[in-house]
Design a protein around this ligand. Sequence first.
Ligand code: 13P
Ligand code: SF4
Length: 358
Amino acid sequence: MSLPLPTIPRPRGEMGSFSFSEAEIEAEAIRLQEAIQQHQRWPIETCRGIAPITLEINRLKKEKNVFLIAHTYQTPDIIYGVADEVADSYTLSKAARDASQQTILFSSVRFMAETAKIVSPHKMVIHPSPEAGCSLSDGITAQDVRDLRAQYPGVPVACYINTTAAVKAECDVSVTSSNYLRICERLPGEKLIFVPDRFMGAHLQKALQGKKEVIVFDGECEVHAVFTGEKVRQWRKRIGENLSILAHPECSADVLEEADFVGSSEKLIHEAIRLGKVGQPDVMLITECGTAERVMAEAEDELNLYGACVMCRHMKATQLEDILQALQEPRDDQIIEIDSDIIARAQHNLDEMFRLAE
Ligand code: 13P
Ligand code: SF4
């Protein structure tokens, strides 16, 4: 499979010295390389270099009984080296809620770690990279939602899960990329306010045309906003009609118009793998690079991945060293704390999501 991907993040700083034998390190390096399945970009020397860190993280996880969750957009060393659960935002919020461990380490962006804390407030949630935000969640405030409510009294407000706890507390229900159509359709009334993603909102407006009026906020994902319909059409022309175009719903209407399949990060992965199985190997994934990296690692059939992915700088802010340090001794700013009143209101919002999504 071929796909232009960004440079692999290198370990930063000193790793510290751990007491693993050469044989343990060699076995771990081989395990990592086999799991990542990109032998050129992840040569055995690189895997040997990170093996002591993944071994130590896995040892500490056991010792401290920590459940390590990673979003698909994290780098492959995190996903295949140390994560206990990897998926899209909906599945990960359920995994955080249902985890038996009392400590969760969430390798991802801040709003996902906050969501884990909301659904399991009695657990300690560690977020190794407090600076890892998201252009969607950082682009709307609780006051923006209060203003919309004042402007459209009585209209239900659905928010994309890519929002802060304070914003969720002001909204009636959260939705994710895997359930926004289903949940919004089930909300009462003929009007609906959707925040903050204008592209997902436009997709909703189209899907609910004639059934509901959808009032949309103007946020966007800085990663998915980069793709254009024009570029996608050029690829289709170059590769031919056999090219299957798979896009994330955070893309613009122009891109989604060209897509053969629209879905969450996890659904895109499953669809690409399915296409490989049924002998349709020409696939273009219009989304963040982590999705293609998982397809490369997990597809058993040959796939030709076309086009270029875009990297999310927020998702890629976390490295193995950050996880190790946060596991050893989390700093105060790496422990998610949310005001109890906000937790209670945001919990109601997420309970509604679980109820309406199932
Ligand atoms: P998913 O729920 O599809 O993983 O989306 C999360 C996200 O931030 C996509 O940009
Ligand atoms: Fe946010 Fe976009 Fe990054 Fe997802 S890919 S975390 S929506 S900035």
